[in-house]
Design a protein around this ligand. Structure first.
Ligand SMILES: Cc1cc2nc3c(=O)[nH]c(=O)nc-3n(C[C@H](O)[C@H](O)[C@H](O)COP(=O)(O)OP(=O)(O)OC[C@H]3O[C@@H](n4cnc5c(N)ncnc54)[C@H](O)[C@@H]3O)c2cc1C
Ligand code: FES
Length: 293
């Protein structure tokens, strides 16, 4: 899909917030879905890169153009190599190619009263999107109750109440802690931990998650996580040990994003070695199905 850059804001030396005006892109998405993105003037690297959808907002940057009415797909990214360094240099009006929404999404099982959201560094965009989407139930319920007290004929269909949101954000330094305000706006309690102690408590995010999970009622709790592979494995193992269901958004090198190249295999458990495709079967997997190396 041909698209154009609406904005590209530097948040810190290595983190950016990018908006892509994409005519024809659906105005809504499910948290966990991703896009394949490539600035169209770039010849090397040729392949698009995968990014989680952080938000989709309305309207482009250039009033009067087709892009002005187009949904803006927002992503947060960190510069780690050639592709993301190219991206950091694009500006409003530059052309891009975007494909999506792709992949599966986080699920919100009925009966969950506590959602434990864990994000490490640039793993935060899909977790922030999830908090916003889970938090909507809470606000809708509040509106329903308020309107019920007023004029009964305007009462909309009741929405199930959202779970309590307990958010754990981890990073190496304070620069890696993003979106804390989004979680607060969604009604979440935010716990921050950095390895150097520059923000929140000092240590690893699992240092806080482990004792918290140990105090929860397993059947009413759901863990959601996205971040570096080591963090995901640690969170997945913790949740499994406590028999708490846990969904992990995994990363793999992706060339196509829709199941054609077979390049994004994720080992899963079974009597024999088996693989699933991160792009098509994921990126969200139950922790209990992932075969850790
Ligand atoms: C489903 C999915 C969702 C993703 N969502 C996001 C997102 O929202 N924001 C975001 O910034 N990234 C996200 N990523 C990761 C992103 O795709 C990679 O960072 C990107 O492909 C790197 O491209 P590059 O050309 O800059 O680096 P490359 O040249 O491909 O890699 C350069 C070096 O960086 C290493 N590297 C690659 N990715 C990472 C990484 N994530 N962290 C640390 N080192 C890395 C490589 O191993 C290599 O050594 C996602 C990946 C997947 C699969
Ligand atoms: S990225 Fe091509 S099959 Fe998954």
């Amino acid at each position: 899909m041909r698209a154009s850059v609406a904005f590209n804001r530097r948040l810190s030396p290595t983190y950016f917030h990018l908006g892509i005006a994409a005519p024809g892109f659906p105005p809504t998405f499910r948290a966990g879905e991703f896009v394949m993105l490539r600035p169209s003037w770039v010849g090397d690297p040729l392949l698009p890169r995968a990014f989680s959808i952080y938000r989709v907002s309305g309207g482009g940057s250039d009033p009067g153009s087709a892009a002005a009415a187009a949904p803006v797909v927002e992503i947060l990214y960190k510069t780690v190599g050639k592709g993301t360094q190219y991206l950091s240099r694009v500006g409003p009006g530059d052309e891009a190619e975007i494909l999506g929404p792709l992949g599966n999404a986080f699920r919100a099982p009925a009966g969950t009263t506590t959602a434990v959201l864990v994000a490490g560094g640039i793993g935060v965009p899909p977790i922030s999107a999830l908090a916003t989407q889970l938090g909507t139930g809470h606000r809708a319920q509040g509106r329903w109750q308020a309107e019920r007290a007023g004029t009964p004929e305007t009462v909309p269909t009741p929405h199930p109440p959202s779970p309590r949101l307990e958010v754990f954000l981890g990073g190496r330094t304070s620069e890696d802690i993003l979106c804390a305000g989004d979680f607060e706006a969604a009604g979440g309690s935010v716990h921050v931990v950095t390895e150097d102690g520059s923000l929140g408590s000092r240590g690893l995010v699992t240092d806080l998650v482990q004792p918290f999970l140990a105090r929860q009622v397993a059947s009413a709790t759901q863990v959601y996580a996205c971040g570096p592979a080591g963090m995901l494995e640690a969170v997945g193992r913790l949740a499994e040990a406590l028999e708490i269901p846990c969904q992990l958004s995994l990363e793999a090198n992706m060339a196509c994003g829709f199941g054609a190249c077979m390049g994004c295999a994720v080992p899963v458990r079974g009597p024999e070695p088996r693989y699933k495709l991160c792009c098509k079967d994921g990126p969200v997997f139950e922790a209990s199905e992932v075969a850790w190396g």
